[in-house]
Design a binder for this molecule. Structure first.
Ligand code: HAM
Length: 429
């Protein structure tokens, strides 16, 4: 019998593991730069943690959790997300004594029994952060900024940022009650699950993907019309910090997100490249969760990013740009003698770890230039008869267009220094 990997899971093979490792490494370096420290929590938790944390009537708790009874008779669940476990650990290890906000980040696998499709898996990986202990709108904006900074850092372009405010325990009840009334009028449109949700927890109808349920929500009241002074003041400040950072965003009054714990700011970053599963990452404020778990009333906010979706977006982007990855130096030779020098030079460059190539089709100067462009070379080196006579070569930085002329014997050293400098600058970005 042939045994295959379970549906919705992926093997990460050596060719992908490199990009995978890059994404993790960049998360670690960026999150630490923003003052977050790493936390590792167990892959499974007591089921009650998620039932209470995420909310009994959410899609995740109702339909998507991998729950089983262990040999000791306990109900155990593979974590479907990282926030509830981090909050549990924060309380269990009395981190409230530390200077606030306590900033924690995590990398790990999550499990949801969803219908697998591109960008939607049953085992998937997230990198995420939680900042516990600050109600300051600046930390909301910093979280959003960090999410965008990370996606930008790993090379994703064309992002759309959606934001909303979910209100608080003071202003949300009126909104929920009006949604309930509205849904009551279009009950016939709702699926059986949403009929129940409309009664128990009307906001969860927003999670339903069925077209009729979405239609029932059309013309539903908007939370923005219900926010109390404190919530709308908070939201205004978040927006003004985002504007200060020159981040463009769109307000989406339907951005409810699938967890009961959210209060005030919610946000999501989407990429049109991804099709139906277009959210690369998302998060929000959860000011009531720590109290819900028995701690003191403590505001908090965080987000998580899906690694599989980031990789998918990157690969679609690269296909579109038709990029051949990774060529650092293309050496252009003019004439047979120059070709001999070039042959030796690319070998020397490769020996010190620099990717280098040359023409093997007897192309003209123009043809070689074109090829260097097609290969997305970071630098081109030109060796012609004039250069050979003077024992020099011309170096062109293809990104900024600058030119240098250096001695041929110093060429490898020059690249070692300059490519290393460039990498350090990218790391710092
Ligand atoms: P989430 O929106 O459920 O939020 O997940 C965050 C990201 O994980 C999504 O934007 C997506 O990229 C990825 N993701 C979710 N489900 C799947 C799946 N089935 N397959 C592949 N990728 C997936 C949370 O998990 C919250 N805990 C975020 C948060 C942190 N809120 C506050 N703090």
């Amino acid at each position: 019998m042939e045994i295959k990997a379970p549906r919705g899971t992926n093997d990460i093979m050596p060719d992908q593991a490199k990009s995978w490792y890059e994404l993790e490494k960049k998360a670690v370096s960026l999150f630490e730069r923003y003052g977050y420290g790493r936390i590792v929590t167990p892959t499974f938790e007591n089921t009650a943690l998620f039932e209470r944390g995420i909310g009994e009537s959410t899609e995740i708790v109702q339909k998507e959790m991998y729950t089983f009874t262990d040999k000791g008779g306990r109900s155990i669940t593979l974590r479907p997300e990282g926030t509830a476990p981090v909050v549990r650990a924060y309380l269990e290890h009395n981190l409230s004594g530390q200077p606030m906000p306590v900033k924690l980040y995590y990398l790990g696998s999550m499990y949801r029994y969803e219908r697998p499709q591109a960008g939607r898996c049953r085992e998937f990986w997230q990198v995420g952060v939680e900042a516990i202990g600050s109600a300051d709108p600046a930390i909301d904006a910093e979280n959003i900024l960090l999410l965008i900074h990370y996606l930008d850092y790993v090379g994703i372009s064309d992002l759309k940022l959606l934001i909303n405010s979910m209100g608080c325990e003071k202003c949300r009840p009126d909104f929920v009650s009006d949604i309930k009334k509205k849904l009551g009028k279009s009950k016939d449109l709702l699926c059986n699950d949403c009929k129940r949700r409309a009664e128990q927890n009307p906001l969860r109808v927003f999670d339903c993907k069925k077209s009729k349920c979405r239609e029932a929500l059309k013309k539903a009241p908007k939370i923005s019309n219900y926010l109390c002074d404190s919530c709308s003041g908070h939201f205004d400040q978040v927006k003004s910090f985002l504007k200060e950072a020159k981040l463009s965003f769109e307000q989406d009054p339907w951005l409810v997100r699938g967890f009961d714990y959210y209060t005030k700011t919610t946000f999501e970053v989407i990429s049109e490249e991804l099709g139906a599963q277009n959210a690369l990452g998302g998060g929000g404020r959860y000011d009531g969760l720590i109290e819900e778990f028995g701690g003191a009333s403590t505001p908090a906010i965080g987000f998580a990013i899906g690694i599989e979706r980031v990789l998918l977006a990157l690969s679609k982007q690269q296909k579109k740009e038709k990029k051949m990855p990774g060529l650092q130096v293309f050496v252009i030779a003019l004439g047979e003698k120059a070709k001999q020098k070039t042959f030796r030079l690319i070998y020397d460059l490769r020996k010190v770890g620099i990717s280098a190539d040359m023409d093997f089709q007897e192309r003209s100067l123009k043809g070689q230039m074109k090829l260097a462009n097609k290969r997305n070379a970071e630098f081109t080196v030109i060796i012609g008869s004039d250069e050979l006579e003077r024992n020099v070569c011309g170096i062109r930085n293809m990104e900024i267009g600058s030119q240098d002329e250096i001695e041929l014997d110093k060429c490898v050293d020059w690249f070692e220094v300059n490519l290393c400098k460039k990498e350090q600058n990218i790391e710092k970005k």
